[in-house]
Design a protein around this ligand. Structure first.
Ligand code: SF4
Length: 803
């Protein structure tokens, strides 16, 4: 039994007792503060009213900052309907028919654990421990749920499949990483109040972050102009002051066009570029490498007429993500002189001999030559005068903030718009600035997960996981390379609908796996393809969980509100049972209960002081506590960067071989201007909706009342050309597959594009088909060089015809 973290039953003194009577509240025995946390990024605090061990009502829980006091229909439906759904996986279920046949038998937990043990041990003996693979996704923002694949793989020397790339969230990260040294960061939402301009690229917050929309509305009421760049007239675009429809996957061209104009009107911040970026660093024009003198970088001193050395910021003076803490005054030799040239060409005596060199900023300016507003307009189909107007708004109506998110993320070239936006913010002096900045993701979630060091993620001393890129898991399993993978265990992962190329998955990948285990609450399309399905607890049944947020700087803990339904267990409990079956429980950290593990390994050993200095007992008592970041957190405020130079790297020499040393534009892989468009002319998007977080809420009755069935959005022009009217069943197809769905003809989408609102299961579509069969998983070499290719589900061409 957990002591200080046991369910905190609020007495009913405040509302006058148990009866519905005077308070209007339903009869209840207790109110338990817990957390709703699917991958909507909200992590809303929830008060669950409990009567006879049953949830009778949920409402928003108090937050230290009342701005985070919120709830939504998805969260309410989750608590009241998903928890009690007759479709819950109630018991461990073993497949008895063909895979996918739907024939199951109920077995005991002992039998289930025996099966897992038997299969893992067989693989360890025959193929080696790395043939057992694990992947966890984001269906539950609880830390244990998200890192369970790593913990299990580490315990049994197995393979952890990373999840960032295959979930489609990695392209923006790779736009950030080369230039800013971190995968993501954003100022807190409160920082929006005070902005004069906000430009959103690929951000449909009104649907996908609706819990944060009040921050935008408040800022608009205070005078902020909201601009939304999106091929769709999204709900967010409908609330904007200016909607800019753009050709899908061409945001980088628009941003580079803005930069071209900003340079031409001399609206760049040269002092900022010189001080905080590597814009003054000299580049060898023959190789693209940064010039080195005695191993240091070099800049051209215009007063002295010579090249002078600039040292990299020492590693121990850079913030070590996930921490933002920095130490010490920067040494003099890391400072760029005020007289350093940003323009020109020079002959320099460098290491290795005399070279012709230019400042990186000069090369950046030259790279913009091909992106005049007119040229950019030709690419992105935004009028040149609008590009100019947007550029001037950005530099004149300040402070001006930039936001980027999943819309731009999910193209094969999706790292480039983010990189271009970082450059735009940098050359105008906006990074690290209050009410401005470049904003992508943020909050505590990724910081917390990345701050878990080896000791936190190694429950068994002397053992560890090997990692393989999840974005390649289809190919790696299909080819059984670089080693056999025979066993796969997934947690919190709707891979049956949320991944690419369903036909390849079923025909080439799954046949290579001897045993597939899925931990799930519902018999999802992925679970249907498993050999063993384990019933997993809902948020309300977990006994202890730590829940960070992607949208705030808080950490919460989740306590058990109701008993586990049927025979559901937590990920943590299942891991303990397996350790016991392997006979290693007492020699591993799995012997600790979830709370003690958290105290020691998630907090005390946390690599980031912002988390390790939190008072764990106070957190357990209050259930919500701000992590130790500054109030009204402004990203990059320290102006220290974990890049090789320690500065904002406008120029990235490690990407010269890909021609991406500076942000640039290239067409999406399946652009509607490529040859393939002759056969499949429409860009296929599959946007998230307000109704469901991915596939999680789609089946729930209250959600079905407002979103009863899927439809394909198609413009009147494209519909007319194909003889399609609203309500017609259409076939959407390409060379990978097809599916059937009803059409919705709407002018909310730009001609040349179609959109399938996502989250639906195969049984929701005509004839049980599914759009994931259309989607590719092509690797991008530059993205792989930075970290890992991103799944790009919007970068797919299709044709649509009457079925
Ligand atoms: S689904 Fe998201 S926004 Fe809705 S209540 Fe849950 S955490 Fe909050």
């Amino acid at each position: 039994m957990l002591a200080s973290c046991s369910p905190q039953t609020q007495s009913d003194q405040a509302d006058g007792g148990e009866g519905a009577g005077s308070t209007g509240q339903p009869e209840h025995d207790a109110i338990v503060r817990t957390v709703c946390a699917p991958n909507c990024v909200g992590s809303c605090g929830i008060n669950a009213y409990i009567k006879d061990d049953t949830i009778v009502k949920v409402e928003p829980a108090d937050f230290p900052n009342e701005a985070y006091h919120r709830i939504c229909l998805r969260g309410i439906s989750n608590a009241m309907q998903r928890v009690y759904s007759p479709d819950r996986v109630k018991y461990p279920m073993r497949r008895v028919g063909e895979r996918g046949s739907g024939e199951w038998e109920q077995i005991s937990w002992d039998e289930a654990i025996d099966l897992i043990h038997e299969n893992m041990q067989k693989n360890i003996d025959e193929y080696g421990p790395e043939s057992n693979a694990f992947i966890s996704m984001t269906g539950n923002y609880g830390v244990y749920s998200q890192v369970m694949s790593g913990l299990l793989a580490a315990t049994y020397d197995g393979t952890q499949l990373t999840n960032f790339g295959i979930m489609g969230d990695n392209a923006c990260n790779m736009g950030f990483l080369p230039i800013l040294g971190v995968q993501q960061d954003a100022s807190c939402w409160e920082d929006m109040m005070g902005s004069k301009t906000a430009i959103l690229f690929g951000c449909n917050y009104a649907e996908t972050n609706m819990q944060e929309m009040h921050f935008l509305f408040d800022a608009q009421e205070a005078g902020m102009t909201l601009v939304v760049v999106d091929p769709r007239f999204s709900r967010t675009a409908a609330k904007a002051d200016w909607w800019i429809p753009i050709r899908p996957g061409t945001d980088a061209a628009l941003v580079l066009g803005m930069m071209n104009h900003i340079v031409s009107i001399e609206a760049v911040d040269e002092a900022y570029i010189r001080t905080y970026t590597n814009g003054a660093f000299l580049v060898d024009t023959s190789t693209g490498a940064l010039v080195r003198i005695d191993g240091d970088y070099a800049v051209w001193d215009e007063v002295e007429g010579v090249a002078v050395k600039v040292a990299a910021v020492p590693d121990d003076m850079k913030p070590a993500y996930p921490s933002v803490t920095v130490s010490g005054e920067l040494p003099e030799n890391t400072q760029v002189p005020e007289s350093a040239a940003l323009y020109g060409e020079f002959t320099v005596d460098a290491d290795g001999g005399s070279v012709t060199a230019k400042p990186a900023f000069q090369l950046l300016v030259e790279s913009l030559d091909e992106y005049t507003p007119e040229a950019a307009s030709e690419i992105c189909e935004v009028p040149a005068e609008d590009i100019i107007r947007l550029a001037e708004m950005y530099v004149n109506d300040t402070p001006a903030r930039l936001h980027v998110s999943q819309g731009t993320n999910r193209y094969w070239n999706g790292h480039l718009p983010t990189r271009a936006l970082c450059q735009l913010a940098a050359i105008t002096g906006n990074i690290g600035k209050q009410h401005a900045n470049i904003n992508w993701a943020g909050g505590t979630l990724m910081r917390f997960l990345f701050s878990l060091g080896p000791s936190s993620l190694s429950p068994r001393e002397g053992h560890g996981a090997s990692a393989l890129p999840g974005s390649q898991w289809y190919d790696l399993v299909a080819a059984q390379q670089p080693h056999p993978i025979k066993f796969l265990w997934t947690q919190n992962y709707g891979w049956g609908t949320q991944g690419p190329d369903r036909n390849k998955l079923i025909n080439e990948v799954l046949p290579q796996l001897d045993f597939v285990v899925v931990s799930e609450q519902m018999m999802t399309p992925g679970a249907e393809l498993a050999d063993l399905v384990l019933p997993i607890t809902s948020y309300y049944e977990e006994d202890f969980q730590v829940v960070p947020a992607w949208s705030s700087m808080y950490i919460q803990v989740r306590d058990r509100a109701i008993s586990p339904q049927w025979e559901a267990k937590t990920d943590y409990e299942i891991a303990q049972m397996l350790a016991e079956r392997f006979g290693i429980l007492e020699e591993t950290e799995w012997r600790l209960d979830a709370k003690e593990y958290a105290r020691i390994h998630l907090f005390e050993e946390n690599l980031a002081p912002e988390f390790s200095t939190m008072d764990f007992d106070e957190l357990c008592e209050k259930k919500v506590l701000a992590a130790n970041f500054s109030d009204n957190y402004v990203a990059f405020e320290s102006m220290r960067f974990a890049t090789p130079s320690g500065k904002i790297e406008l120029y990235t020499e490690s990407l010269v071989e890909f021609g991406e040393q500076l942000a640039c534009f290239y067409e999406p892989l399946e652009s509607n201007r490529k040859e393939k468009a002759d056969t499949y002319p429409l860009t296929f998007m599959n946007c998230r909706t307000v109704y469901t977080t991915h596939s999680q809420h789609a089946p729930l009755a209250w959600i079905r009342e407002v979103a009863p069935e899927p439809w394909l959005e198609i413009s009147p022009e494209d519909a007319q050309e194909r003889g399609i009217e609203t309500g017609d069943v259409v076939e959407v197809l390409n060379d990978r597959g097809s599916y059937k769905v009803k059409a919705l003809v709407t002018s909310e989408i730009k001609p040349g594009c179609v959109n399938q609102r996502q989250g639906w299961w195969p049984k929701d579509f005509v004839e049980g088909t599914h759009y994931s069969s259309l989607l590719h998983m092509e690797l991008n070499p530059a993205q792989d060089a930075i970290s890992e290719t991103n799944y790009s589900p919007y970068d797919n061409l299709v044709e649509v015809r009457l079925a």
